[in-house]
Write a protein that binds this ligand. Structure first.
Ligand SMILES: CC(C)(COP(=O)(O)OP(=O)(O)OC[C@H]1O[C@@H](n2cnc3c(N)ncnc32)[C@H](O)[C@@H]1OP(=O)(O)O)[C@@H](O)C(=O)NCCC(=O)NCCS
Length: 170
C-alpha cells in the first residue's frame, strides 16, 4: 500500500503506479467505461492519458487516481482532478468514472469524499465539475460531494452543467 493511499470502508484511492497502466489502457478503450465522454480512446491515446494522469498526480495529491476495490484488489475506476480551461479561465476539474460492473453501489461518492478530504489538507480554492445534463447518476454524486449548480454553458458545442465547490477559505 502506498504511503499516499486513502482507505475507506470498501475502497483504496491512491496515486497511479506503473503496474496500473494496462488496466487503464483497457478501461479508456471501453465504451461503457467512457460513457458520457467525447470518445473511447485508441491504445496510443490511452497510454498518453495514463501518462498524463501520473504526471498530474506527481504535482497534485488529489489528481485523478485509481479507485481500487478492497475486496477484489481490482481497479474499478478513478476520481480526482485534472487541469481544464473553461471560458479562458484555468480550473481544477473534479471527475470520476467507474467500470460498469462497479456502479450502483455508491463507490463514486465514497472514493471522492475520501479524496476530497485529502484535498482539503493542501488546497484552498474553487473546484469545477462538468456534467452532461442527461447524466442523472453523476448529478446525484456531485450533489453528495457538496458541489452546487453554477450554470449551463456549451463546451465543445454541447450544453454542459457546471458545478462548483470551494475548499478552505477560497
Ligand atoms: C456517474 C458514476 C461515476 C456514478 O457512480 P456510482 O458509484 O455508480 O453512483 P451511485 O451508485 O452513488 O449512484 C448515484 C445516484 O444516481 C442514481 N442513479 C444511478 N443511475 C441512474 C440512472 N440511470 N437514472 C437515474 N438515477 C440514477 C442512483 O440511484 C444514486 O442515487 P442516490 O444518490 O439517490 O443514492 C458512474 O455511473 C459512472 O462511472 N458513469 C459513467 C462515467 C460518468 O458518467 N462519469 C461522470 C462524468 S461527469
Amino acid at each position: 500500500m502506498t504511503r499516499d493511499a486513502v482507505i475507506t470502508e470498501r475502497l483504496v484511492v491512491r496515486p497511479p503506479q506503473d503496474a496500473d497502466r494496462s488496466r487503464f489502457v483497457e478501461l479508456f478503450g471501453d465504451a461503457d467505461f467512457m460513457a458520457f465522454a467525447t470518445d473511447v480512446l485508441t491504445e496510443e491515446q490511452a497510454h498518453a492519458r495514463f501518462d498524463h494522469m501520473a504526471e498530474v498526480c506527481r504535482a497534485i495529491p488529489f489528481g485523478k487516481q485509481p479507485v481500487v476495490e478492497l475486496a477484489s484488489g481490482r481497479i474499478v475506476g478513478y476520481t480526482g482532478v485534472d487541469h481544464i480551461e473553461v471560458d479562458g479561465r484555468a480550473w481544477l476539474e473534479w471527475g470520476y468514472r467507474l467500470a460498469s460492473d462497479a456502479r450502483g453501489r455508491g463507490y463514486a461518492t465514497e472514493a471522492s469524499l475520501a479524496l476530497l478530504a485529502k484535498a482539503r489538507e493542501t488546497y484552498a480554492g474553487e473546484l469545477l465539475a462538468i456534467i452532461d445534463p442527461a447524466n442523472v447518476a453523476s448529478r446525484h454524486v456531485i450533489g453528495k460531494l457538496g458541489f452546487t449548480f453554477w450554470k449551463q454553458t456549451p463546451i465543445d458545442g454541447d450544453p454542459c452543467d457546471l458545478f462548483t465547490l470551494t475548499l478552505g477559505d477560497g
